[in-house]
Design a protein around this ligand. Structure first.
Ligand code: GUN
Length: 286
């Protein structure tokens, strides 16, 4: 079997075009949706992600603000920036790019973001809402993956879904979204014994570990749908995922590429969440 490629770039373009229409409607009604992206330090990968997010905003007609703090900025300075953005009526979404430098308490920073502007969906209140089935903002990467599975018409009700990687950003919210869609969830972590025994049961396998090529074709059930969240830079400068594409695509029925799979979807869903925040805000003003 040679797997079908799930084209995240194409699907994200469709979603971004829909966002652009909603932005137009909001503008006609007097609101320009605004996203603030805050970056602390000089991490090369984070700089690329932030640049891509700002560029996507501009293309879809959103207003964006890019705030850059020095790597040694005190946490209180970042908290003040967030508090100012909370009060700013032109900003509907606030994103603080992670990871933060070690001297900062990421949980405290995220808790300071207004839950109504937390377009990442990382605030405890939004995490709790997701867990109890009343999400306000779904975290962008798992949300984008759900859109990909939907567009591929993958049947989730009763399916075995295995997630490798249990982060707050991807693994845990992914498990909740798949659970809500009726899948049976296995959430693996770094201590999981005999990982291959788990991954081989998966009808849908989501991998978010940051370990290049760790999932190989022999760890995959024939016909499975493979979602590769990893974005790793190889020694030759090329990007590669957490799944060994070569061997996995011989066994899977469908697979996301890296680049051009999950990455573009994350950005598209950030725009969706920001427009939703602006729409909700506009609705409270009428
Ligand atoms: N770092 C890696 N992914 C993300 C994300 O989705 N949001 C933020 N804020 N930081 C990240």
């Amino acid at each position: 079997m040679t797997a079908r490629i799930i084209d995240g770039k194409a699907l994200s373009a469709t979603i971004k075009a829909e966002v652009a229409k909603r932005v137009e409607q909001l503008k006609e009604a007097g609101t320009t949706p605004g996203l603030a992206v805050v970056l602390v330090g000089e991490d090369a990968a984070s700089q690329v992600y932030v640049r891509n997010k700002i560029a996507a905003c501009e293309k879809a007609g959103l207003h964006s603000r890019n705030i850059h703090l020095a790597i040694d900025a005190p946490e209180e300075q970042l908290l003040d920036v967030v508090r100012d953005l909370n009060r700013d009526d032109t900003i509907h979404g606030i994103l603080v790019q992670l990871p933060l430098p070690a001297h900062m308490n990421a949980a405290r920073v995220i808790e300071t973001i207004s839950a109504q502007k937390d377009v990442d969906g990382f605030h405890v209140s939004n995490a709790g809402r997701l867990m109890t089935g009343r999400p306000l903002f779904r975290p962008c990467t798992p949300y984008g993956i759900m859109k990909m599975l939907e567009s591929e018409k993958v049947v989730l009700r009763g399916a075995e879904a295995v997630i490798v990687g249990a982060s707050n950003i991807v693994g845990k919210p992914m498990a909740l979204l798949l659970l809500a869609a009726g899948a049976t969830i296995t959430l693996c972590n770094t201590k999981t014994r005999d990982l291959a025994a788990q991954t081989r049961r998966a009808d849908v396998l989501v991998v978010a570990t940051g370990k290049p090529g760790m999932i190989t074709g022999d760890m995959i059930k024939p016909g499975a749908v493979i979602i590769d969240v990893g974005i790793n830079r190889r020694a030759d400068g090329k990007l590669t995922g957490d799944v060994d594409f070569e061997s996995a695509s011989q066994v899977a029925s469908a697979i996301t590429p890296v680049p051009g799979g999950v990455g573009p979807m994350t950005i598209a869903m950030l725009l969706v969440n920001t427009v939703e925040a602006a729409e909700r805000n506009a609705a409270t003003l009428v």
